[in-house]
Design a protein around this ligand. Structure first.
Ligand code: NAD
Ligand code: UFG
Length: 329
């Protein structure tokens, strides 16, 4: 199978490409490098010993994107490309709507024109807003609290409408919970520019001394120890979910949560990180962060049943691999 991977130089895309190559799939990458670096391509080649084709193109440029559809005959698309910083999306909503929506509409339009009908899309647990109960199932009500989340929900709606209009499309929407961790090689990982917003990139920077102290946003949530609970999933397990989605015999429009089904609090994650890596993470309790919810974790039963999804990495593995990547880089 020949797969077009948009956003393939990014964190989740690059790890997924390792799995695709391991499964003998051929990979074409399109990325504008707006949030990644070209050296990821060499690292992928070094880890796998296999080649990939890379095009530096912004998906918002439809005519440039068309050149790839003309040149490469691929069977399916995994669409990771998009901007993902929640805070930035509140400050620059138009940039988020333009980048995430125009790119997707261009991609889908060209897929229809060139008769490429299979797509896997990166959605997010953010589309569940503040869930009514836990664990979160795929049929829970959807709502969003920031422009980034709204782009994900809008793209889900676009995909559903597209499928209604043309049921020869084969669409899989994957709603990721909180990906952390890195490939064992230590070559690929999450490396955000500037001060990180997300918990694990912040923890590792404190551990290596690049940031002085971790602020734990709130210790009065209704959780096991008062700190926020999330469903952290190793990025390599998430990558595996994409290969399973491509191989899925079930066609049509499908939606799956990709999480472990287990909640971990901020304090539990920080303490595990210190323990497995034998390193100190300075921390202090800080006020709650606007928009955060008490707890969020997935029911992954549907992905288990229909995809054979079976996440195998523990929180300990995730902490070890995240630290290993940052120490190496
Ligand atoms: P990332 O920023 O590391 O990767 C996204 C890639 O897309 C980057 O390489 C970027 O350069 C590229 N890109 C962005 N806009 C583009 C455009 N218009 N044209 C071409 N390339 C473009 O992010 P990630 O963590 O790997 O996330 C991948 C996808 O998964 C995103 O759509 C994100 O919203 C979604 N997601 C991520 C998380 C998370 O916590 N990391 C959670 C849920 C969903
Ligand atoms: N947290 C801290 N200190 C920090 C950063 C985070 O205490 O410096 C806490 C948060 O309050 C929360 C938990 O750590 O309780 C996780 O926060 P993240 O920012 O790492 O992750 P979120 O669950 O808030 O959101 C992330 C992405 C969203 C995505 C969601 C589900 O940022 O875009 O996961 O996939 F929708």
């Amino acid at each position: 199978m020949k797969v077009l991977v948009t956003g393939g130089c990014g964190y989740i895309g690059s790890h997924t490409i390792l799995e695709l190559l391991k499964n003998d799939m051929e990979v074409i990458i399109v990325d504008s490098l707006i949030n990644s670096k070209k050296d990821v391509i060499d690292k992928i080649k070094k880890i796998t010993g296999k080649d990939v084709t890379f095009y530096e193109i912004d998906l918002c440029d439809k005519e440039k994107l068309r050149t790839i559809f003309e040149k490469e005959k691929f069977d399916s698309v995994i669409h990771f490309a998009g901007l993902k910083a929640v805070g930035e999306s509140v400050e620059k909503p138009l940039m988020y709507y333009e980048n995430n929506l125009i790119s997707t509409i261009n991609l889908l339009d060209l897929m229809k024109e060139y008769n490429v009908k299979k797509i896997v899309f990166s959605s997010s647990a953010t589309v569940y807003g503040n869930p009514q109960s836990l664990p979160i199932k795929e049929d829970f009500p959807l709502s969003t609290t920031n422009p980034y989340g709204t782009t994900k929900l809008m793209i889900e709606t676009i995909l559903k409408d597209l499928y209604k209009s043309d049921n020869s499309f084969d669409i899989t929407i994957l709603r990721y919970f909180n990906p952390i961790g890195a490939d064992k090689s230590g070559l690929l990982g999450e490396d955000p520019n500037g001060i990180p917003n997300n918990l694990m990139p912040y923890i590792v920077r404190v551990a290596v001394g690049k940031l002085p102290i971790l602020n734990i946003f709130g210790d009065d949530y209704n959780t096991v120890d008062g700190t926020g609970v999330r469903d952290y999933i190793h990025v390599c397990d998430l990558a595996d979910g994409h290969v399973l989605a491509l191989k899925n015999k079930k066609t049509g429009l499908k939606i799956y949560n990709l999480g472990t089904g287990k909640g971990t609090s901020v304090l539990e994650l920080v303490n595990t990180f210190e323990h497995v890596n034998n390193v100190k993470v300075n921390r202090q309790i800080a006020p709650r962060r606007d928009g955060d919810i008490d707890a969020c974790y997935a029911s992954n039963e549907l992905a288990k049943q229909e995809l054979g999804f079976n996440p195998k990495y523990t929180i300990e593995d995730m902490c070890r691999d995240s630290y290993n990547f940052v120490k190496n880089n």
